[in-house]
Design a protein around this ligand. Structure first.
Ligand SMILES: Cc1cc2nc3c(=O)[nH]c(=O)nc-3n(C[C@H](O)[C@H](O)[C@H](O)COP(=O)(O)OP(=O)(O)OC[C@H]3O[C@@H](n4cnc5c(N)ncnc54)[C@H](O)[C@@H]3O)c2cc1C
Length: 288
């Protein structure tokens, strides 16, 4: 499996990437870790004439907190994120999630920007980003804009990114006392992609669940929130009975995918199971 011929440019700045994207339009693609794009190119599902390598762009690196926000450069690898003390302290669910993506080769190359831009139906970070209610910072020829997680995932492999746009950073809230988050996944035993993955972020105030966001990946074409579960849990004590009652509607109003790994019915059943696991752990973390 050999990709079609392409011109290769190793970029050194965001400005250069944007200029090249602008110059070549639909013929150009950026490559970060290459763990999704290269397989697609080898299968000739993607045939960019110009490949812009962003791995050495230092402006896309960096992990920092500023007030209530954790900002991770789009070019940071899963390994760097999973082992970052800043991430572990500010938003441990991101470190836990990136630590269970693929294997060490995938984690050493794959990037947070690539994961969110690619929006694979079985990606892990999409659900965590959605449950956290993060934003991506995007650069284009006209300047900078932000896209909220709720607007990001449009359909299978489709995001709100326009052609010529580059994700430069991913922003998520720093979790504070009374907040807890968890990601629970049924993983494919070889690739570790999510067959079903559920992320939950919960706030407990005075013993009552006052805020809750739940998102599912792996089961359908794109990561989606679970508003009926969120609504059912808010105002309860978040005990086992409340979680069970809330999860009765998990996965009710979403589209499913079935394949050789798991049928639609199986995924439908697993969404309820993994939603309950994620919520149980998130509520325990919020109470800790
Ligand atoms: C064996 C294997 C196992 C895997 N297991 C898992 C798993 O368990 N869980 C999981 O979630 N994923 C898994 N993956 C996918 C992996 O996480 C990829 O790294 C990820 O999907 C894409 O990130 P990347 O940096 O490699 O992007 P690339 O492959 O380089 O790019 C993917 C797409 O995103 C675009 N892009 C990249 N960066 C940017 C940017 N900054 N702005 C705009 N567009 C951009 C590219 O143009 C391309 O269209 C696995 C992959 C492999 C090969």
């Amino acid at each position: 499996m050999i990709p079609a011929a392409f011109e290769y440019v190793k970029a050194s700045s965001v400005a250069q990437v944007i200029a090249l994207l602008n110059q070549h339009g639909e013929d150009a693609k950026v490559i970060a870790g290459g763990h999704s794009l290269l397989p697609a190119m080898k299968l000739r599902l993607s045939q960019p004439a110009v490949l812009i390598d962003i791995a050495a762009v230092s402006e896309l690196k960096g992990i920092k907190t500023n007030g209530g926000t954790l900002t991770i450069g789009a070019g940071e690898t899963y390994h760097a994120i999973a082992t970052s003390n800043t991430v572990k302290n500010a938003c441990p669910v991101i470190a836990a999630c990136t630590g269970q993506i693929g294997d060490i080769q995938v984690r050493n190359a794959g990037t947070i920007g690539g994961a969110l831009a690619h929006a694979d139906p079985a990606a892990d970070l999409t659900a965590v980003f959605l449950a956290l209610g993060g934003t991506v910072t995007v650069q284009n020829a006209g300047g900078t804009r932000t896209i909220a997680a709720d607007d990001m995932f449009v359909s299978m492999l489709m995001t709100a990114l326009d052609s010529g746009e580059l994700i430069t950073a991913v922003n998520v809230p720093v979790l504070s006392k009374g907040q807890g988050a968890s990601y629970a996944k049924l993983k494919h035993p070889a690739s570790r992609y999510a067959i079903v993955g559920v992320a939950a972020v919960v706030t407990v105030s005075n013993g009552v669940v006052s805020a809750c966001r739940v998102a599912v990946t792996g089961a359908g074409p794109q990561a989606v929130r679970q508003p009926s579960v969120e609504k059912a849990l808010i105002g309860t004590s978040g005990d086992a009975a409340a979680i069970k009652a809330a999860c009765a509607s998990a996965g009710a109003d979403m589209e499913y995918l079935g394949d050789i790994h798991a049928s639609e019915e199986y995924r439908r059943a697993m969404v309820k199971v993994y939603a309950a696991r994620a919520l149980t752990d998130a509520i325990a973390a919020a109470r800790a």
